[in-house]
Ligand binder design. Structure first.
Ligand code: B1M
Length: 210
């Protein structure tokens, strides 16, 4: 048997192999992926973040916890697949320039994919020209931007301006999210959608498709 918090503990300690093993055991025991993600994984990242803020953990711990979460999340990806066989819409998703956090963004990408969206994940530290180019190239219906830093979230506004300058702002819906982003901020920069988690991100994206 595994302790109820085995995944939480392994991620907190930055042990990737243990995190993956515990996740596999939880899945085999019938624990629902969403419960693993929300009840263990995200909670562990929150705890690491808190320790970092309190000066009790440092960047290497953040990095290792992130790696551990990623390796465990990989196992859940196939299970996040929804029942949709047709493509609902095309999404370009990335973390904005200056920002290297990609766990939440990848989670949103996986959930969207699982629920029938075609997702083009353009990675981290993405500049406005790249977002514009990718949206054009793929004829994306929605552009999803993620930011985890108060210093990088402001770049989302620049991307929206770049879409306007490229003359494609009316062709693509813009959705934003990430820990420091709020509905108020989303409204302020003229985004079309906002969500504070991966589950409602899917609902918001579906709504934006009309
Ligand atoms: Co960084 N980091 N980090 N970090 N890091 C935070 C964000 C921080 C809050 C920690 C803290 O102080 N408590 C703090 C930011 C403070 C601030 O600006 N407000 C911080 C800092 C300061 C930094 C550095 C500056 C540290 C340093 O170097 N001194 C540095 C910056 C690097 C950079 O980006 N330029 C840095 C670096 C890193 C690592 C690289 C080491 C690592 C990232 C590894 C990786 O992503 N591959 C890391 C980590 C792991 C964290 C914490 C601990 C965890 C982030 C995470 O993965 N959370 C984080 C503390 C925290 O969040 N509690 C922290 C789990 C993830 C599932 O949640 O990303 O919020 P989240 O995504 C959620 C929602 O926000 C939402 O859905 C997701 C699922 O529910 N969502 C969307 C996200 N994107 C969305 C998009 C949408 C919709 C919803 O639509 C488009």
């Amino acid at each position: 048997t595994v302790s109820a918090d085995a995944i939480f503990d392994a991620i907190l300690q930055g042990k990737a192999q243990d995190a993956a093993d515990a996740t596999r055991k939880a899945v085999d025991a019938g624990v629902v992926p969403q419960d693993i993600i929300n009840g263990q994984m995200i909670r562990a990242m929150g705890e690491v973040g808190q320790r970092f803020q309190d000066g009790k953990a440092f960047v290497p711990q953040l990095l290792m916890a992130g790696r551990a979460m990623k390796s465990a999340l990989e196992l859940l990806k196939p299970l996040l697949a929804g029942d949709s066989s047709t493509t609902i819409g095309k999404v370009v998703i990335g973390t904005v320039k200056g920002d290297l956090h990609d766990i939440g963004k990848n989670l949103v990408a996986s959930m969207l994919e699982g629920c029938g969206f075609e997702v083009i994940n353009v990675g981290i530290d993405v500049a406005s020209d790249t977002f514009v180019d990718e949206v054009k190239k793929h004829g994306a219906d929605i552009l999803c931007m993620s930011a985890l830093l108060t210093t990088t979230m402001t770049y989302m506004k620049e991307v929206i301006s770049a879409l306007e300058e490229a003359g494609i702002r009316d062709k693509v819906k813009v959705m934003v999210g990430g820990a420091p982003v709020t509905q108020g901020f989303a409204d302020e920069i003229g985004a079309d959608g906002y969500s504070d988690n991966a589950n409602t991100a899917v609902a918001v994206a579906k709504k934006l498709m009309g």
